[in-house]
Ligand binder design. Structure first.
Ligand SMILES: Cc1cc2nc3c(=O)[nH]c(=O)nc-3n(C[C@H](O)[C@H](O)[C@H](O)COP(=O)(O)OP(=O)(O)OC[C@H]3O[C@@H](n4cnc5c(N)ncnc54)[C@H](O)[C@@H]3O)c2cc1C
Length: 448
């Protein structure tokens, strides 16, 4: 595509958020008689699905302890369900299998799922949890489980395929997608905060409205926009805590056991739900019986033809390097620093065997020669920030919750065209200073 000189709406990032926003923006502009896809330009320094959306495990769930997250996820699942084929979406369901310290939290999730009409089953008590799981998988053997939340909706989607599906929907409505153009800065008006043009390594593009959907690169764009590197947060104690870094990186640990995906069928031969297990039972090595963990730990997994086996992950770890020095590029499997190693394979395969007998002794099939894992950029409270900055810059910073959030772009488009969305309101930047924080759960994961 020739380098455009102007775009009414310029979206940075061709991942799940940038493309979902582009598609819905085109549709909503057209519906209102205010224009259409020709007014929307997406630019990406790499290509479509070059970022986190292209390597995501692809899990789609509602299971969140925070009411605002749950309501938002229910809306997102509706968008996934609107065209499963185009989004390569597999609605197999999702299970949160938990130990006693998480029981009460998950019980409230179930209650609120009932309140919003989100179909799920909740099983309580060690004995009943075991028999429910054995009813699905005859070889279930995980210890320390006292509740099971079985979401009948949700499941997973194939990462790259779904992002290409979104790109097609946007392009079909006339949206232009320019790849290989990297944003290096912004130009501002003489007497205003607003961005008048986006500077790229291929030229300057004037624009009326910017949307930022750059996933793990948000710290770089945030710095270019000269937004605050630190924030003040009003805590539950009513005091303002100053100097909290706005961004920090976590490294996500995922991998694939290269066995036949059909190894993980349910007792009746059907496709299994995505499994997420947290437990406080000790984890021992499936290789030599040594103790791996006595702390609470968790894993998730699903059979996935796209990855060629049983794919999943475990808890991420905090990257201690100062945020401006973290090498985000090369990203994902190409990174020399942020891919998983032997320790992950040992832990995750042992944990699979802890859960189901069929995985005992299978570590030899782990795909060591396929690098996996990747960085996520997190906000101070690990929940998304969806907000306007500098008058005409809309930032979609999902704090790494976001592949499942295919519906956020629809709501962002609504905010750009029609006004405020109640579902996005709890995710404003001002919540830090106002102390309007989301409740935190007992999960060992930063995104539950
Ligand atoms: C290993 C892993 C597994 C995950 N699994 C899940 C999961 O199962 N479920 C889930 O819900 N979430 C998951 N996530 C999180 C999820 O992938 C992200 O939250 C989401 O994909 C972010 O989408 P995005 O559109 O904001 O960014 P991205 O998909 O990262 O897209 C951003 C795009 O911006 C482009 N870009 C960056 N900087 C510039 C620039 N200066 N100029 C031009 N373009 C630029 C990049 O090239 C990239 O293509 C996972 C994340 C990782 C790393």
């Amino acid at each position: 595509m020739a380098m455009p000189s102007h775009a009414k709406y310029l979206i940075i990032g061709a991942g799940i958020h940038g493309l979902s926003t582009a598609w819905h923006l085109a549709a909503q502009l057209e519906a209102k008689g205010l224009g259409g896809g020709k007014d929307v330009l997406v630019i990406d320094k790499g290509g479509i699905a070059a970022g986190a959306s292209g390597i995501a495990c692809g899990v789609v769930r509602n299971n969140y302890f925070q009411p605002a997250m749950r309501e938002l996820m229910a809306q997102c699942v509706e968008v996934w369900e609107s065209d499963p084929k185009a989004f390569s979406y597999h609605p197999v369901g999702y299970m949160q299998i938990s130990p006693e310290p998480m029981h009460a939290d998950v019980a409230t999730i179930y209650q609120q799922q009932k309140a919003i009409g989100y179909d799920s089953t909740f099983v309580e008590g060690e004995k009943d949890s075991m028999s429910y799981m054995k009813g699905l998988f005859h070889d279930w053997q995980a210890k320390g489980i006292t509740s099971v939340l079985h979401e009948k909706k949700g499941g997973f989607a194939n990462n790259t395929a779904s992002i290409y599906g979104l790109a097609k929907k946007a392009e079909d409505l006339g949206v232009r997608i320019l790849t290989g153009a990297k944003v290096t800065g912004f130009q501002y008006g003489h007497n205003s905060e607003a961005v008048t043009a986006v500077v790229t390594d291929r030229g300057v593009i004037e624009c009326d409205q910017v949307v930022v959907g750059v996933g793990p690169w948000i710290n770089q764009i945030w710095n270019m926009l000269e937004l605050p590197k630190q924030v003040a947060i009003k805590g539950a104690d009513g005091k303002l805590h100053e100097g909290i870094p706005m961004w920090r990186y976590w490294c996500l640990e995922e991998g694939t056991l290269g066995v036949d995906p059909d190894l993980q069928r349910t007792n009746d031969g059907g496709p299994p739900p995505v499994i997420h297990v947290d437990t406080d039972a000790p984890l021992y090595s499936d290789v030599d019986g040594s103790l791996i963990s006595e702390e609470m730990w968790g894993i998730y997994y699903k059979p996935d033809l796209n990855f060629g086996g049983i794919q999943g992950g475990a808890m991420p770890y905090v990257v201690e390097t100062p945020v401006d020095q973290v090498a985000v590029d090369p990203y994902g499997p190409d990174s020399p620093d942020f891919i998983v190693g032997d320790d992950f394979a040992h832990m995750w395969c042992s944990a699979l065997a802890f859960c189901q007998k069929r995985f005992e002794g299978q570590i030899k099939h782990y795909k060591m020669n396929e690098p996996s894992g990747g960085l996520g950029c997190f906000t101070p409270d690990s929940f998304p920030v969806f907000d306007r900055f500098r008058e005409n810059v809309y930032v979609i910073a999902d704090s790494n919750h976001g592949y499942k959030m295919i519906g956020v772009g629809k709501l962002v488009a609504q905010e750009l065209v029609n006004g405020e969305s109640a579902l996005l309101k709890p995710f404003r930047f001002s919540r830090y200073a106002e102390g309007k924080l989301h409740p935190t759960s007992h999960s060992p994961f930063p995104w539950s």
